[in-house]
Design a protein around this ligand. Structure first.
Ligand SMILES: [Cu+2]
Length: 510
């Protein structure tokens, strides 16, 4: 092999031992790239206690989820955590809850680890106890194997070297046995014995190499079997419907195969919509639309496009299955200039600066109506894997706090955190990254689950009617970036009947 192919640097020249090694390394590389944001953030009430819960789901199932619980006030003494399936009979029979450890430095911070044994839609029940009694909340969490845990290259190389040593040892022991096993000590073997021993050594080498090769095949088939468990999101393809003037976007959902119980047509509404679609202009990410395609038939959605310039667009479609499992489906589409129809209902869009000119210190977004959105960012760098609040203040053009903020799809605000390399996408609300539709499936109503259920399914034109008072001029989102990199944050808030979109950029360090 003259040169290593850049795309497959882990393939090593032919010999069974290194082939075995390459199987290890290939397993490491076979991680199925799936777009999303694996950590779950949820802010809610456990009875009288205000909690922020972070769940870092394992990337391999079975695996250990890390749970962090932060109490907003110093009123919680004991926190217990337990995982159960989100729906089905298993949801009713929870195992004995684990005690979360209270931090020595921070009495409002509790941590624990839970095993998640099977893939699917789970919840973590958090019970808080303190002077005000006991309260409980449930946080839905998808347990999905997103990768195969690979072997580190150095360990693989050491093991391969040791394996070769073992092989050589076996061959030389057999050879020595044939050559000298029946000789008195001190005697030199005659040429016939030496010749025979060489033959036997060659045969032994072939035999041992064949064994290693068979072992490699066995390993490969085991790894292949496991790979079937790795989560593969539903696939989505986008086309334009020629009948509708070529201005209707058609989204076809297909199942690449992963779990028998997953279907393309068991979706439940979230904020009254089966699908929430973010359309982001490429490559500059400077335009965004938040649209709600309608279901045409099983696995097919359609949306009349708003006016859009020609170009390439990234599509992120959020859906929730009937068992509460959320998925983000991803694709790209190239569009001609679309004259389009004006947006209506919950659809909204906005524009911002190109990401190639991202200013990672900018905290003010000028909005289309002349008002401003201000990111109340704490000084200092942003770090990955840290739960924090992203707070945005709304001001009129003259700097006065906005008086006319209202609910947008039942929420004070909607935010999308999108990696500039597009490997991360999270649709977050003030209650966190958990979809309302998943939350509504949690069993305990005490945490507001029932209210959430009502909200997830309800027609929010009625909700708007209920809202006679304006909301506070500030909206906050609990979230944490899953990894370092550059991100664009799209924040949507409704003011005076109109949805405004603010765009911000974040540089995230390790
Ligand atoms: Cu939203």
């Amino acid at each position: 092999m003259g040169r290593l192919d850049a795309a497959r640097p882990q393939v090593i020249p032919d010999n069974p031992m290194s082939r075995l090694l390459s199987v290890f390394l290939l397993a490491a590389a076979s991680a199925f790239a799936h777009v999303g944001s694996p950590d779950v953030f949820y802010e809610g009430l456990a009875g009288p206690y205000h909690l922020l819960v972070t769940i870092r789901a394992p990337s391999v199932i079975p695996g250990v989820a890390e749970i962090e619980v932060r109490s907003a006030a110093n009123d919680v003494d004991v926190v217990h955590i337990v995982p159960t399936p989100l729906t089905g009979p298993g949801a009713k029979f929870a195992p004995v809850p684990d005690l979360a450890q209270r931090s020595k430095d921070d009495p409002q911070f509790f941590t624990g680890s839970l095993w998640m044994m099977t893939s699917g839609s789970w919840q973590v029940r958090v019970t808080a106890e303190g002077a005000k009694g006991k309260g409980q909340l449930s946080v839905p969490v998808p347990a999905l194997s997103s990768s195969t845990k690979g072997m580190d290259a150095p360990i693989g190389i050491v093991l391969a070297a040791l394996g070769l040593l073992l092989l050589a040892g076996a061959v030389s022991i057999v050879g020595a046995g044939v050559r000298e096993g029946q000789l008195e000590p001190g005697l030199t073997p005659d040429p016939a014995r030496v010749r025979r021993s060489r033959w036997v050594m060659a045969l032994t080498a072939v035999f041992v190499l064949a064994l290693a090769g068979l072992g490699g095949l066995w390993w490969k088939s085991e790894a292949g079997e496991y790979d079937k468990h790795i989560f593969k999101p539903l696939q989505m393809s986008a086309t334009l419907d020629s009948r509708e003037n070529g201005e209707r976007l058609m989204l076809r959902l297909t199942d690449p195969g992963w779990a028998r119980w997953r279907k393309v047509d068991d979706l439940v509404p979230d904020h009254n919509h089966l699908m929430h679609l973010y359309v982001i202009g490429l490559p500059e990410m400077d335009r965004v639309w938040h649209l709600h395609p309608d279901r045409v038939e099983a696995g097919l959605f359609a949306k009349d496009l708003p006016p859009m310039p020609a170009g390439r667009y990234a599509l992120y479609a959020d859906i929730v299955h009937s068992d509460g499992l959320p998925e983000t489906l991803v694709t790209d589409v190239t569009l001609p200039a679309v004259a389009g129809k004006p947006m209506e209902g919950d659809d909204a869009g906005g524009a911002g600066p190109p990401i190639s000119q991202a200013d990672f210190n900018r905290t003010i977004a000028q909005l289309a109506d002349g008002s401003r959105m201000v990111w109340e960012r704490e000084p200092g760098p942003l770090h990955a894997r840290r739960a924090m609040y992203f707070r945005f203040r709304l001001e009129d053009a003259d700097g006065k706090p906005a008086q006319d903020v209202e609910l947008y799809m039942g929420m004070p605000g909607h935010a999308a955190f999108v990696g500039s390399d597009r490997s991360v996408f999270a649709h977050v609300h003030p209650s966190g990254s958990v979809p309302m539709a998943s939350l509504s499936l949690t069993q305990n109503a005490g945490d507001g689950g029932a209210a959430m259920a009502a909200m997830a399914g309800m027609d929010h034109s009625g909700m708007a009617g209920m809202m006679t008072q304006a909301l506070p001029p500030e909206v906050s989102f609990p979230y944490g970036f899953p990894k370092p990199g550059n991100y664009r944050i799209y924040v949507q808030v409704k003011r005076g009947g109109k949805v405004e979109t603010g765009m911000f950029d974040a540089h995230v360090e390790n």
